[in-house]
Design a protein around this ligand. Structure first.
Ligand SMILES: [Fe+2]
Ligand SMILES: [Fe+2]
Length: 131
């Protein structure tokens, strides 16, 4: 029995676009976490589609504003998105176990990601008047 992933105020960055995307990601993750076996592949596909746009937007901001320390952030996005996509292929092939495990673990990872990677980016974007 694990607690469902949930967005919390502690994750708020006071950056409207990033906060919206981070909340959406946690909502989609919660939906995947609650999905039954029949619903899970589609719920995971929705999460992957959102995450590709979400991480892509942050990567673009980092490129466009020459954000320092962006290498580890971009790399973290790439690694996780690859894992999510790999899980989707496995789920579509009938193996739901990897995606179930990720649905349990990704919330804690993402919470750390918002603190260590997204928070400094939010600060940087605000200084460039990007909201
Ligand atoms: Fe984010
Ligand atoms: Fe990020």
């Amino acid at each position: 029995m694990t607690t469902a992933p949930q967005w919390t105020e502690a994750m708020r960055l006071d950056h409207p676009s990033m906060d919206t995307m981070n909340q959406q990601l946690m909502d989609l993750l919660a939906r995947a976490h609650a999905a039954d076996d029949a619903q899970l592949p589609q719920a995971w596909a929705d999460l992957v589609a959102h995450t590709a746009l979400h991480f892509g937007q942050e990567d673009r901001w980092m490129r466009e504003t020459a954000h320092g320390h962006s290498d580890t952030h971009v790399m973290a996005h790439r690694v996780v998105l690859n894992l999510l996509r790999e899980g989707l292929m496995q789920a579509r092939a009938g193996d739901l176990a990897p995606v179930r495990r990720m649905a349990r673990e990704l919330g804690a990872w993402f919470s750390r990601h918002t603190q260590s990677c997204d928070a400094p980016l939010a600060l940087h974007l605000r200084s460039h008047a990007i909201h």
